[in-house]
Write a protein that binds this ligand. Structure first.
Ligand SMILES: [Zn+2]
Length: 429
């Protein structure tokens, strides 16, 4: 259902509501389903699912549309909802009552309009919360967010190299956060992973920077907490965050995450690209030099060996600089304070980032590349290098994509986990 999530969002954001509902009403009036088999060619696909034309399905679809409209336009009155989606006021009222009963939506405050009318505004119920988990090679963040993606608490724990111990410590952290939120309705747990997993089994299958292998992450956490657990690759989670919270409307864009490794999440023609084995987007492990440094994946000279945070630290130490257990954040600070070797190390990293992104531009021709990572803190210094590397060598005829730092302050992955948990309630069935 994941691809449909993005499609569902595009549908909400990109299409005038009137045209959507007009076609839906047409669908209902015809008493037939419309499935052209290509989610991309139409924003309005309802796949056959049992009795697709039954009133229950139509009502469910309408309910999701109304819920999404409340999410994106809150606070909003019932009258404005009816105007936005073209449904009758009585239908809207019934759906809204259901959503209030299910604690998705709350009423208030009361608005003021001329001529005495005082409509009651609707908004999402922020007592419905999500636990987001961002697993990274050295540390894991567990956070509590409401349905609007506002984070209210979080804790950071070290990520153990021992997978069994890591899962145990993660469960304990989740339970502490869940206990703190015990008066609220916890909707589920979303987990962002620096790797790939089998979507059917939930087992981690590729995470070279974590060095865990073939691990079932979902079952023990679900069993210990009694909550639904959704997993996603970190770069894909960032794509979700861009669409869900930042309302990026491009149908072709790529998120590149730059940290210990390099990941890419791809939205192509409005859909998340996953590939046959859920491995699509591993540009970080494309080999640039067979004689290069050994990568965590076992190959040599992968792109991330030249353009990740770890690569910049390596350049810095190779230049004769000292720093002990210097972090990438420390390296950025040194560069900002005039350490010329730090600046050079980061410039080299930026050159390689741009060169690698040419692979992405050449293969996917995206409208936009969003860069997520600490390097964006000094975008004014290194962003132009990345852009020049791409612009100067792109194929004739290829439109230059907009290269943009994510304005996420380290939260993109966690925001993506919130969208991951919520999307099944807001997207089309
Ligand atoms: Zn590799």
């Amino acid at each position: 259902m994941y691809g449909e999530f993005v499609q569902g969002l595009n549908y909400i954001h990109m299409q005038p509501p009137e045209s959507r509902i007009g076609q839906r009403d047409l669908l209902r009036a015809r008493g037939g389903s419309r499935d052209n088999g290509t989610l991309n060619s139409s924003p309005l696909v309802i796949r056959p699912k049992g009795a697709i034309t039954s009133s229950e399905v139509v009502r469910d679809v309408n309910k999701r549309i109304v819920l999404n409209l409340i999410r994106t336009r809150q606070p909003i009155s019932r009258a404005d909802l009816a105007r936005c989606c073209g449904l009758q006021r009585s239908t809207i009222s019934l759906i809204v009552e259901e959503l209030i009963e299910e604690h998705w939506v709350i009423e208030g405050p009361t608005g003021r309009l001329p001529r005495g009318r005082r409509p009651t505004f609707l908004r999402l119920n922020s007592d419905r919360v999500i636990i987001g988990v961002d697993i990274r090679p050295t540390q894991t963040t567990v956070a509590l967010a409401d349905v609007n993606g506002n984070f209210t608490s979080q804790e950071v724990i070290p990520t153990s190299p021992n997978p069994g111990k890591a899962v145990e410590e993660l469960i304990q952290s989740i339970q502490r956060i869940a206990h703190a939120a015990r008066t609220r309705k916890v909707e589920g747990i979303g987990i962002s992973l620096p790797g790939r997993f089998d979507k059917t089994s939930g087992r981690l299958v590729f995470a070279p920077n974590l060095r865990w292998c073939d691990l079932d992450l979902r079952s023990p956490i679900a069993a210990a907490t009694g909550l639904d657990v959704e997993l996603e690759n970190a770069a894909n989670a960032c794509v979700l965050a861009s669409v869900w919270f930042d309302h990026v409307q491009d149908r072709d864009f790529v998120v590149v995450t730059v940290s210990e490794g390099i990941g890419a999440g791809i939205l192509a023609n409005g859909r998340l690209v996953q590939g046959a084995s859920f491995m699509a987007g591993e540009f970080g492990h494309v080999q640039l030099d067979p004689a290069g440094p050994v990568c965590g994946c076992g190959n040599r000279g992968c792109w991330e060996m030249y353009a990740s945070n770890q690569a910049a630290l390596r350049y810095y130490f190779e230049s004769g600089s000292r720093g002990g257990d210097l972090s990438f954040s420390d390296l950025l600070s040194r560069a900002e304070h005039g350490d010329s070797r730090a600046v050079e190390a980061l410039k080299t990293m930026a050159h390689y980032l741009g060169r690698g992104m040419r692979m992405i531009v050449t293969t996917l021709a995206p409208q936009r590349i969003v860069v997520v990572g600490d390097i964006t803190r000094a975008w004014h210094l290194f962003g132009p290098i990345i852009e020049t590397e791409i612009r100067d060598r792109v194929l004739a005829g290829t439109a230059i994509p907009f290269i943009q730092p994510a304005s996420e302050n380290g939260m993109a992955r966690l925001r993506g986990t919130v969208a991951l948990v919520l999307q099944k309630h807001f997207s089309e069935p």
